[in-house]
Write a protein that binds this ligand. Structure first.
Ligand SMILES: [Zn+2]
Ligand SMILES: [Zn+2]
Length: 301
């Protein structure tokens, strides 16, 4: 798993800085999470092939999280995309997109599967052989979701010298990595445990878009390897955070600590602040393993 930050800012972008968006690469699939204004420029700048994006997740209908969507979807069309694209978003974003497609009389030329999120508890929205995606409700001024992406258990790894020692035909190697016992060339059953070792540990990433802190959130993100949580405000502005239903540095740190996550990535910084290092300083008082969002930053999960 790898995260590439496309935008670090809150609602107001600055020169060279963008609102919230990131790319999650999981098992060779690129998932775009939120799509800020200018996201496609950031994708190009960071050399992420547009054709490799298969899934887009939009957390909510505030512009800083989806203003780039119409542009990106149109560019896919102009580039003669033929691969299917799956979009998960609230009904409001879907209606805006449909209105654009109608009034621009645009024939996309590729399959755009649009799935509406209207859950009010955590639900699984996609599952394949390699990973699952969940959406969970956040506490914001409009209907908003966070997302959890969890890799499935990886295949075991074959220990070749042991397999050779046990006289196993190589046509069975794949079965062994899928935890199946096999019969060797001498007619003896071989337990997969004896000739394989555990594969890479499955990883999990959670994305908390705009939200106030609430206790239930801990259960949604518990134990993930990397948690993204917005920190729009420093602690001195906690009243503003409460009014606008956003998180402060201390809210995100508390969530990371109570959730037992391994690392915390913070972003969605209000444009009122000049020095983003203050965010790290404040978070670190409660949760040490914190990373600050910066355009183009890559984080191995
Ligand atoms: Zn926002
Ligand atoms: Zn918002």
């Amino acid at each position: 798993m790898k995260v590439t930050v496309l935008g670090s800012q809150g609602a107001i972008p600055k020169v060279g800085l963008f609102s919230s968006s990131l790319i999650l690469n999981v098992c060779s699939t690129n998932i775009l999470i939120d799509c800020c204004e200018g996201a496609q420029f950031q994708l190009r700048k960071n050399k992420i092939k547009l054709s490799k994006i298969e899934i887009i997740l939009i957390s909510h209908a505030h512009g800083d999280h989806y203003f780039g969507l119409i542009g990106l979807i149109s560019t896919f069309s102009l580039m003669k995309r033929d691969k299917k694209l799956t979009l998960f978003c609230p009904l409001s974003v879907l209606k805006i997109l449909q209105a654009h497609l109608k009034f621009s009389n645009m024939n996309l030329g590729y399959e755009l599967e649009m799935k509406v999120l209207n859950n009010h508890t955590i639900i699984k929205i996609l599952e394949n052989n390699q990973f699952s995606i969940y959406a969970f409700p956040l506490k914001h001024s409009i209907y908003t979701n966070g997302f959890l992406i969890r890799e499935k258990e990886k295949k075991r790894k074959l220990i070749l010298e042991k397999a050779l020692e046990k006289n196993i035909d190589k046509i069975y190697y794949n079965k062994l990595t899928k935890k199946e016992n096999v019969i060797n060339n001498d007619g003896v059953e071989i337990n997969y445990i004896d000739v394989t070792k555990p594969g890479k540990k499955p990883r999990a990433f959670a994305y908390c878009s705009d939200t106030a802190y609430f206790d239930e959130l801990i259960n949604y993100i518990k134990g993930v390897d990397l948690l993204y949580c917005e920190t729009t405000f420093l602690k001195k502005d906690k009243e503003k955070a409460a009014i606008t239903l956003h998180s402060t540095t201390l809210d995100a740190a508390k969530l990371a600590k109570k959730g037992g996550v391994k690392k915390l990535l913070i972003g969605h910084f209000s444009s009122r602040y000049d020095d983003n290092n203050d965010f790290i300083t404040e978070v670190s008082t409660i949760f040490e393993d914190v990373i600050i969002s910066e355009e183009g930053k890559k984080i191995e999960v």
